[in-house]
Design a binder for this molecule. Sequence first.
Ligand code: NAD
Ligand code: DAU
Length: 339
Amino acid sequence: MSCAFDPANIIVTGGCGFIGSNFVRHVVESHPGVCLTVLDKLTYAGSPESLAGLPEGRVRLVVGDVCDVELLERIVPGHDAIVHFAAESHNDNSIVDPDPFIRTNVEGTFRLLEVVRRHGLRYHHVSTDEVYGDLALDEPRRFRPEDPYRPSSPYSSTKASSDLLVRAWVRTYGICATISNCSNNYGPYQHVEKFIPRQVTNIICGVRPKLYGDGRNVRDWIHTEDHSRAVWDILTRGRQGETYLIGADGERSNLDVLQTILERMGRPLDAFDWVRDRPGHDRRYAIDPSKLREELGWKPIHTSFSEGIDRTITWYRDNEWWWRPMKAATEARYGRQGK
Ligand code: NAD
Ligand code: DAU
């Protein structure tokens, strides 16, 4: 059954984070009739500055926790949809302290599903390809929506749990919901703890980039704007209860990504440090996006990785005001982990 509808007032959870803020910007620019209420707790990963310059008449920020039921009940009336990005999102942090991951990712999703059930809103759940575990480097297979869940890390197991809650609420209570599982995003406004911005900002700061393990782990990169376009297509035209995988055929080893950055920033290709590996480090992710492409006609527009990386490097060079305040604390956290 189609969930097709024309949203007018959307709650975007986690809209001050990387992907959420890019989604808000995308909707403001591409869908003029839509107003957005961002619900964000402003954890270490949330920056209200990521929404700078957006029209106040169309984007409202509510600072609060997705686990706060009273707050949810207060803000939901007048809205027709929730797009749920808010999460604790970093694997390395989940290994050090899983606690906030259980609370925000699992309990937070439960609270939202209950409010959706009570008020009859459309719900879109933003998730990750990591729920499917990992693939061997030489395996021809890529992830498909019907694959079994095999998460490896505390982070991915909480995302898998939240996806399963959504599936159960669809089947048992008939809520109108969809799920998307996307591969690794890159682009502007990404926290400097993540791989690409960490290396770019290290180089800007005169610090050597850090590569985990043997550097052969593969991630399937997609520009965050292509992710936003896919979420919009699924929200407005996706089929009720369905799961869509979002990926842009962007498989690359970490070593290859790092050397692309080094080359584009004019550094020698060996100007980085090997550091200890992440425990349980997933080897490879790869998305088969054919369902999204065939059913909804989505395709990526950012098809040149080196151009996307160039633009991302330029953004970090031009926007030091945005990332400088979080850089020292992030590197201190990594330092304590020997990374
Ligand atoms: P992020 O860490 O950059 O942002 C998360 C945002 O959620 C922050 O603004 C933070 O303040 C907010 N938040 C955290 N806990 C909250 C709570 N309890 N209540 C309200 N707000 C809270 O994350 P991201 O990389 O933008 O990821 C967004 C979503 O996309 C997550 O659900 C993540 O699992 C998923 N995802 C991320 C990627 C990726 O490559 N980054 C890929 C696929 C899926
Ligand atoms: O696949 C989607 C997932 O992608 C999302 O669900 C997560 O929220 C998002 O953080 C991302 O997870 P990863 O663990 O793949 O991303 P991260 O940027 O932390 O690391 C990417 C790869 O780079 C991974 O193999 C670990 C490696 N790495 C990371 C850092 C920070 C390094 O080699 N050096 C580093 O300094």
